[in-house]
Design a protein around this ligand. Structure first.
Ligand SMILES: *Cc1c(COP(=O)(O)O)cnc(C)c1O
Length: 241
């Protein structure tokens, strides 16, 4: 598998930025309203450097193990690293060391571990709660169907009260679909949930909605995303397997 040349990354990024701007305009939103996180799983450090030279500041990884090496290799750059994949509670300490934001808080236990590790290091970890909006069995994240909403709210109250962690919003991964329009109701539901949480737990900012990937980020922006997470749209297809 050949990795894209800098010119290819530049070309891809220009197209992404154009689509982001157009989607913001359609939705009546300011272009600076949406943060682009470039997802670098499987992408070598040199390609990350190329994206940084092109103005990308924020990068996402979904595995602590892979991120360790890459973050170390790129220590000379002032990059902001986002954890976007499932974190086992026993990796909370490493996640706190490597990342500046964790998008994938999916249990009270993980939130407690992350908060405890951050507090011990004299920090507060910015975090998003991952929500399994679609209810797919295979997905991580809090479930929020009508029957599960009471338990969800109780969990959120515990997390918000935990020391060392600063909950700033919600994250979701839409189901895979041939037609990106099918993601729209899931994104809309996350936005609606943000409003419900603002009303129920007002002492928390709830400002971020991390939603939208390479195939559906335009729709996510139209539905209120403040953070989009793009891998393939910037770096090209990943190796299979
Ligand atoms: C891989 C990944 C992305 C980016 O996916 P692309 O389809 O390459 O844009 C976004 N979010 C999460 C949680 C991921 O694991």
């Amino acid at each position: 598998m050949e990795w894209p040349a800098d010119e290819q990354i530049a070309h891809n990024l220009a197209a992404v930025r154009q689509q982001m701007a157009a989607a913001c305009q359609r939705a009546g939103r300011a272009p600076g309203d949406v943060l682009l996180v470039a997802v670098t799983k499987t992408v070598p450090a040199e390609a990350v450097r190329a994206a940084w030279r092109l103005g990308v500041t924020d990068f996402g990884e979904n595995r602590v193990q892979e991120a360790r090496q890459k973050v170390a290799d790129l220590r000379d750059l002032p990059l902001v690293w986002h954890m976007i994949g499932h974190v086992q509670s026993n990796k909370a300490g490493q996640a706190v060391e490597l990342f500046q934001m964790i998008h994938s808080i999916d249990s009270v236990e993980l939130a407690r571990q992350v908060g405890a590790r951050a507090a011990r290091a004299g920090r507060t970890m910015p975090a998003l709660l991952e929500v399994n909006v679609s209810g797919e069995e295979s997905k991580f994240g809090f479930r929020v169907t009508a029957e599960e909403q009471g338990a969800f709210l109780a969990a959120v109250r515990e997390i918000v009260a935990a020391p060392g962690i600063d909950v700033q919003g919600l994250m979701t991964v839409a189901p895979m679909a041939a037609n990106p329009e099918l993601a729209r109701p899931h994104f809309g539901r996350l936005h609606e949930l943000q409003g419900e949480l603002r009303a129920a737990i007002p002492d928390c900012s709830w400002r971020h909605l991390s939603m939208g990937m390479s195939d559906d980020f335009v729709i996510a922006i139209e539905e209120g995303a403040t953070i989009i997470r793009l891998g393939r749209a910037i770096f090209g297809p990943r190796p299979v397997g």
